[in-house]
Write a protein that binds this ligand. Structure first.
Ligand code: SF4
Length: 473
């Protein structure tokens, strides 16, 4: 095996990069997802090391000395961080001219030739699912024989045939082993999850076809390929042994509830383990399933509502209905399941009126916490193609600003990018700064000292975030 470094590269300070985060940006409050997409191949490559520079707070100076210790470096990149990641690759190459460097992630999967052309420091890019691709390269297989890569061969760029999707998900080794070996679990914060938490995937792919959504359209696909309930329960049991201080497990599958009987079966097994857990869900889970999950330790659902406009839900092919989302949310409230709701402003069809109805909808259904994002046209998505065709792209903007915070990169004839940006601040303020929500938050803080300290820190970060956005507008 080549000595292999898996690197989530340093970039903007506090940047939640793509090796675990769906939409890469610096968030309103300090947030880091686990770099699970790198941990998975790292679990296949014996003797490798995974370094998550942003979460560890490591800058380029701290990462460069590592270059001499390795023969192969695999960097996870994303559209917002690509240029900065190229600079890291070039610096690594300068430090160790013999180091072979590969890039992975949705950005290079979509634009392999352009990515390779960006710098001679990138020897190959791995497209599609790259776990076994990287294992083969680490084993020393010649690049010409490795499925799923594009690579530099003299002056030419060669595209090998595609890598088949992984079908036997149980054959993948547990990422928990790599978390234990290489990561510090306290580095990972998500505002709505208990701390410390551990997250992993129990399957890949999403059956839905939302036009803006990155992973299913680039790497994961639209079949939900899953691990067996026993494999999931075994890994959680192991994780609990390794990290007894973990307070919550999170299943970050695109839509964990895509297969209801399986979700219920996993729930029952987790119930026997007695752990607290949470997952991603669409706003259409039937009450009976919610009850089973809740009775077996489910604490929170991360729900992509996106908008309060049925027309926009149709435009983005979300496959959900506003009335069903209302019913589902009401069921969760009655069953005591906490909801973190995610919304997007600036999707196709957005107007001042639909923004207003979405804010009202969010206040009415009242998830415990929310996240509001600006519509982000990532290359490789239907939204990107549509925006290019319709002339909605604000090319000069990119997806994030110089500080790594999201900026609006879409504008419509009837709604400018700056109006979309301003709607984000307004949304947050009108959702959180109302007596009912303030009282809820105070009550939560009064119940737990840890929550008090945490909410005070997050509250001040959140206010700083809002004032920075106002200053920029
Ligand atoms: S349901 Fe969620 S994960 Fe699936 S395509 Fe839509 S946004 Fe993406």
């Amino acid at each position: 095996m080549l000595k292999t470094l898996f690197l989530n590269p340093p970039s903007f300070e506090g940047f939640d990069g793509g090796a675990g985060s769906r939409y890469q940006a610096k968030r309103e409050v300090r947030s880091f997802w686990y770099p699970t997409w790198l941990a998975q191949p790292a679990a296949l490559v014996r003797g490798s090391r995974l370094v998550d520079a942003p979460a560890r707070g490591l800058g380029l100076d701290a990462v460069l000395p590592m270059a001499d210790d390795y023969e192969l470096a695999v960097l996870h990149t994303s559209t917002p961080s690509f240029r900065s990641d190229v600079r890291v690759a070039e610096a690594l190459r300068q430090t160790n001219p013999k180091l072979r460097i590969g890039f992975v992630g949705a950005h290079v999967a979509v634009s392999p030739a352009e990515s390779l052309a960006a710098s001679p420091a990138i020897d190959f890019v791995a497209r599609e699912e790259f776990d076994y691709t990287l294992e083969e390269i680490a084993r020393g297989r010649p690049l010409a024989q490795v499925d799923g890569i594009s690579f530099r061969d003299g002056g030419r760029i060669v595209h090998n045939r595609p890598r088949a999707a992984i079908e036997d998900m149980d054959a993948l080794p547990f990422v928990t082993e790599v978390y234990k070996r290489d990561l510090v679990i306290e580095d990972y914060f998500i505002g709505y999850l208990l701390h410390p938490y551990v997250s992993l995937y129990t399957g890949r792919g999403c059956r839905s076809r939302c036009t803006f959504c990155l992973w299913p359209q680039t790497i994961g696909g639209h079949r939900y390929r899953t691990r067996s309930p026993q494999s999931v329960a075994d890994e959680i049991a192991l994780a609990r042994r390794y990290f007894p201080r973990v307070r919550e497990f999170f299943f970050d599958d695109d839509t964990f509830t895509d297969d209801l009987p399986r979700a219920e079966e996993i729930g029952r097994r987790l119930g026997r383990l007695g752990v607290t857990w949470s997952c991603n869900a669409k706003a259409n889970v039937p009450r009976r399933t919610l009850e089973i999950l809740r009775d077996n330790g489910l604490r929170l659902l991360l729900v992509g509502y996106e908008t309060g406009s049925q027309q926009i839900l149709n435009n983005i092919r979300k496959g959900t209905r506003i009335d069903a989302a209302r019913r589902f949310t009401e069921d969760c409230h009655r069953l005591g399941i906490t909801i973190h709701g995610t919304f997007i402003v600036g999707l196709p069809g957005e107007t001042r009126e639909t923004i207003e109805s979405t804010i009202r909808f969010a206040r009415e259904i009242n998830p415990h916490t929310i996240q509001v994002s600006l519509a982000a046209p990532y290359p490789g998505t239907e939204l990107y193609r549509q925006a290019q065709k319709e002339g909605w792209l604000e090319e000069k903007n990119g997806l994030v600003g110089d500080d790594g915070v999201q900026v609006s990169s879409l504008s419509y004839p009837n709604l400018s990018g700056s109006e979309i940006s301003a709607a984000l601040e307004e949304f947050y303020k009108r959702f959180y700064f109302r007596p009912k929500k303030v009282a809820e938050m105070l009550f939560e803080m009064a119940k737990s000292r840890q929550m008090l300290q945490r909410r005070l820190r997050e509250g001040s970060e959140f206010l700083r975030f809002l004032s920075r956005r106002e200053a920029r507008a």
